[in-house]
Design a protein around this ligand. Sequence first.
Ligand SMILES: C[S@@+](CC[C@H](N)C(=O)[O-])C[C@H]1O[C@@H](n2cnc3c(N)ncnc32)[C@H](O)[C@@H]1O
Length: 311
Amino acid sequence: MSQPELEHWSNYWRSGVQTSLPQDFKENYDGEILSFWNHQVEQLEDGAKIVDVCTGNGAIAIIMAKMAIKLNKKIQITAVDISKINTNALSKRYDRKIMSMINFKSHCRIEQLHEQIEHEQDLIVSQYGLEYSDLNLSAQSMAKVMKSGGRLVFLSHSSKSDVFQYMKVEFRIYEWLEDIGIVGIFNKLVAKKISPDYFKKKVFKITSEYQPPVEFQSQPLFGSWLNLIRQFQQMSDSIIYQQTVALADFLKQHRYAKSRANDMLNVAEKVKDDGWLKPLVLNGLTLKQNGHILYKEKHMAGDWFEFQKVN
Ligand SMILES: C[S@@+](CC[C@H](N)C(=O)[O-])C[C@H]1O[C@@H](n2cnc3c(N)ncnc32)[C@H](O)[C@@H]1O
């Protein structure tokens, strides 16, 4: 992924969310996912060096720091992400003891990890992260920073997760809104290429002509567009002019959210079988164990893997 394309992730973390699934995990990951990561900390020696790659707003790094404090273990965590990590929001949310255990590094690609962090790491962890990288390069880079006998433990998305079924419908909404021309007409209004009067007539024509598929009705994304359309249709021309700055921001957020949904769907395709993990083996890492995590005993949260650098 090139740099400008990743602005959609920086934008997402800037909003202060803690996890990549904020509807399900607002505070942080809990339940079986939390237990999985806590168990990793239980196995660590005092003084262990850990890297959380594709950390986002540090969800897994924070879970591990909290557990280490609970167990009175001294560990050093480096948490990296290619996007801008919102450390301001994190400093307000977590006390200094937790924050001082984690060295956050924004704008760090895993493909170049070996150039940016200390080598001889005991453990690399990641949740919903490695699958977004170019594993041919990131596997090589991770292997370089791991000490001999060091481990890589990660939880990846599973194509069987409920979230992907949901995302597929959501993505069809993004496409449908573009296909029927509604996004385009709002963009033209913001760019002042059309008058508010023409805009309202055109929106009326589009919404009378096209019926949304029934499955869209329950989706928040669809609901937010429906509200937006209704509000703008009722506004006077002068109010419409006043609203264009807010509308431009809404459209920008919409584009970022679509890019994130697109990333996630590409990833779902990539992890359909274990073939995507081959570069790890080619770079000297051996699969020790793997499994999957069922959240609340029924929802597929993802597939986990433990690899070890043998030499
Ligand atoms: C789905 S989010 C997961 C974040 C976090 N681990 C969590 O579970 O909340 C994926 C993250 O991977 C980051 N990312 C994508 N490609 C990357 C790369 N090549 N190197 C480093 N980070 C990357 C994105 O910026 C994003 O923050």
